[in-house]
Design a protein around this ligand. Structure first.
Ligand SMILES: NC(=O)c1ccc[n+]([C@@H]2O[C@H](COP(=O)([O-])OP(=O)(O)OC[C@H]3O[C@@H](n4cnc5c(N)ncnc54)[C@H](O)[C@@H]3O)[C@@H](O)[C@H]2O)c1
Length: 281
């Protein structure tokens, strides 16, 4: 049976077919062509079946976000499927899932590869979204270092002294710095490669969102997370659907004047930290 006779459908490419990414795609992809990329074949099979059974048009590709050529092949495949109107990057590892080097490689350099690769294929009027983290607000990087980071091409990021000496100290620092770097990567792309294609790119920085990734964090630091949740204005954790709601707006026509910026969605955790109502540790 042919469910959809339309040709040249807008392509929605998702790198990292996890909890938040799939919630976002579900919101925006009706009548479009979905391309799911993930390192896990099992996740791709499960998620694509779920999408198909819900009436979506979906293809999958095994992608390793750590590898530049794999990410480039993913972007190329997206462009072959039709005009790439949406790109969402949620491939990431959290502090308790990986060592500092892996976090820097995946959350920072891997994201850079993806932003660069899709900066060559986005269609005019397209929009992108990187999922960063509230952790991006927890370790202020000095201004002069940020200026330097904004200028460095993705390949060179790991070689700068700040990354080698500070970010590699532990997984927590690596994560905070990599996630702040996502904001800078979106800013740079918004002003250069993505701008040149008349496409927009932003980040969302989620707080504590209950997903399989978050459970690895809770299992390692349940007391700290409990205090964080209790001190927040929302007094609860968030859901992937709440992130998807905001993501759908940022990716939509209604957000056409929004590019190169971050939206913090954390239930008030960073406000509690900034005002001294909650201290990390
Ligand atoms: N859950 C939270 O509380 C939270 C909070 C802030 C930020 N984040 C960030 O949100 C993003 C999505 O997290 P989630 O909670 O939906 O987690 P998730 O584990 O459900 O999704 C992450 C996906 O990335 C994939 N992935 C991992 N390594 C990969 C690689 N090398 N190549 C390709 N794919 C790879 C995983 O297989 C998984 O499907 C992550 O970047 C995470 O750091 C999560």
């Amino acid at each position: 049976m042919v469910f959809d006779r339309n040709e040249q459908k807008a392509v929605v490419a998702l790198l990292g077919a996890g909890s938040m990414g799939t919630a976002i795609v579900r919101r925006i992809a009706a009548g479009k062509k979905i391309l799911l990329g993930d390192i896990s074949e099992k996740a791709l099979a499960r998620v694509s079946e779920d999408f198909r059974h819900s009436g979506y048009d979906v293809e999958t590709m095994v992608v390793n976000a750590l590898k530049k050529d794999s990410v480039q092949a993913f972007a190329k495949k997206a462009a072959e499927l039709g005009p790439v109107m949406y790109f969402i990057d949620t491939a990431g590892a959290s502090p308790n899932q990986a060592n500092p080097e892996h976090i820097i490689d995946l959350d920072m350099v891997g994201t850079g590869y993806a932003v660069d690769a899709f900066g060559e294929v986005m269609a005019q009027g397209g929009a992108g979204l990187i999922i960063s983290s509230q952790a991006a607000y927890m370790y202020p990087i000095p201004n002069d270092i940020e200026t330097q980071l904004l200028q460095i091409p993705t390949e060179g990021l790991k070689d700068i002294a700040f990354i080698k000496e500070v970010a590699m100290k532990n997984s927590g620092l690596a994560y905070m710095i990599a996630k702040r770097m996502n904001h800078l990567q979106a800013q740079r792309a918004a002003a250069t490669s993505w701008r040149n294609r008349c496409a927009r790119i932003n980040t969302i920085s989620p707080g504590v969102i209950v997903t399989p990734l978050a459970y690895d964090e809770f299992n390692a630091h349940s007391e700290g997370y409990q205090r964080m949740i209790d001190a927040s204005a929302a007094r609860r954790t968030g859901t992937s659907d709440e992130i998807a709601e905001a993501a759908a707006f940022l990716l939509s026509e209604h957000a056409k004047f929004i590019t190169g910026t971050d939206l913090l969605i954390d239930g008030g955790v960073i406000a509690a930290i900034r005002t001294g109502e909650y201290q990390i540790g």
